[in-house]
Write a protein that binds this ligand. Structure first.
Ligand code: ATP
Ligand code: LTN
Length: 334
């Protein structure tokens, strides 16, 4: 609890151009929840280097991501928006938690299996211990709730296991966090392969809508979305392409799948695709305009970066000192 409010923590990697999946699955919920909680929204640049990055591009993307958080509607006066690498407590707590995490549990992580298959030439120890750094992110702020897409649920479970293990050895130290998974948009699928999640690292750019895509590109990608030959607009698993389009439409408009099915009764896939395209364009327009405005205000973004890193470090250090004491590190002499 901070000032009587429960704490929320979440983060995203600056590893590519953000997709509509990142927005509907995570960022949009962050904005909705931001009033109710004391929030920490982190650009997890330390996680990004588990996969090889070009330094100049990483730096640029990290800043673009931080700007995007603000453009999406997160007020940096009220929400702590900062870079993970500016608060050394993340790496320090991760080291300690590494010593309370088992090789066996880490090797069960599906993200590790997926990413090591994809980057077979660079299966580094950081990729393996990625979830421990994520646990440190969350536990450092004593977070109660962590809004993420479904793909991160397993990482939340290991975070809870690590926290419980630590608490049972040393007494109540960490708050046990809960995942928050939104009802709509929790898993947006690729427009080209609706069996696969929309991902910023997909080689086929037509599978993903990027948040900075212009309206014509968005409409074109929706038109080309893979559907099926059933020729009926129903919300069911047998029609994954259509189901995904309905999910996107619902997440953008706030309608329920039943309402959408009723609305498109007797209409064709072309109508649905056009409507989805329009809904995405209207959803992203304000965001894109705000990004363009904020990018010009270098001094403002710099001040957010500085002030919020200090604020985050204050809370991070409180937990870190407590943990260091519990495990038996010598007290600092003042
Ligand atoms: P990559 O595809 O490169 O692995 P990613 O987009 O999955 O990256 P992150 O940047 O770490 O990975 O994801 C940020 C947030 O967006 C996470 O909370 C994640 O669950 C969510 N997210 C990512 N893709 C989707 C999707 N297709 N649908 C819903 N939520 C998503
Ligand atoms: N692993 C997450 C990104 C992430 C995160 C976090 C999300 C790193 N640390 C802490 C929530 C809380 C991902 O790949 N989406």
């Amino acid at each position: 609890m901070i000032d009587g409010k429960k704490v929320l923590f979440s983060g995203m990697q600056a590893t590519g151009n953000l997709t509509l999946g990142n927005y509907l699955g995570a960022l949009k919920n962050w904005v909705t929840l931001s009033e109710e909680y004391e929030c920490f929204y982190c650009v997890v640049d330390e996680h990004s280097i588990t996969v090889r990055q070009d330094p100049a591009i990483l730096r640029k993307r990290a800043r673009a991501l931080l700007t995007l958080y603000i453009a999406a509607g997160l007020n940096p006066e009220k929400n702590c928006i900062y870079y993970q690498s500016h608060v050394s407590g993340h790496a320090e707590l991760a080291w300690i938690l590494n010593c309370y995490t088992y090789m066996g549990e880490l090797s069960r992580m599906t993200q590790f299996k997926d990413k090591s298959a994809k980057h077979a030439d660079n299966i580094n120890a950081g990729l393996f211990t990625y979830p421990v750094l994520m646990a440190a992110d969350i536990l450092l702020y004593q977070a109660d709730v962590v809004p993420v897409g479904i793909d991160q649920k397993q990482h939340l479970e290991i975070t809870r296991d690590i926290a419980q293990r630590f608490n049972s050895i040393y007494g109540e130290t960490f708050t046990i966090p809960e995942a928050y998974i939104g009802k709509t948009g929790a898993k947006i699928m690729s427009l080209q392969n609706p069996e696969k999640k929309m991902s910023k690292s997909d080689e086929n750019p037509n599978g993903s809508i990027y948040l900075m895509d212009d309206p014509d590109t968005i409409i074109r990608k929706c038109k080309r979305a893979v559907t099926d030959s059933e020729a009926q607009i129903l919300y069911r698993d047998e029609q994954p392409g259509v189901k995904n389009l309905i999910n996107i439409y619902c997440a953008c408009t706030g309608e329920t799948p039943e309402q959408v099915v009723a609305e498109f009764d007797g209409k064709g896939y072309g109508d649905l695709k056009a409507a989805v395209g329009e809904a995405i364009v209207s959803q992203l327009r304000p965001l894109q305009e705000e990004v363009a405005r904020l990018e010009k205000d270098k001094a403002y973004i710099d001040s957010v970066i500085k002030n919020n890193a200090e604020k985050a470090a204050y809370f991070a250090n409180k937990t870190l000192r407590k943990v260091q004491k519990r495990v038996g590190f010598p007290e600092r002499i003042r």
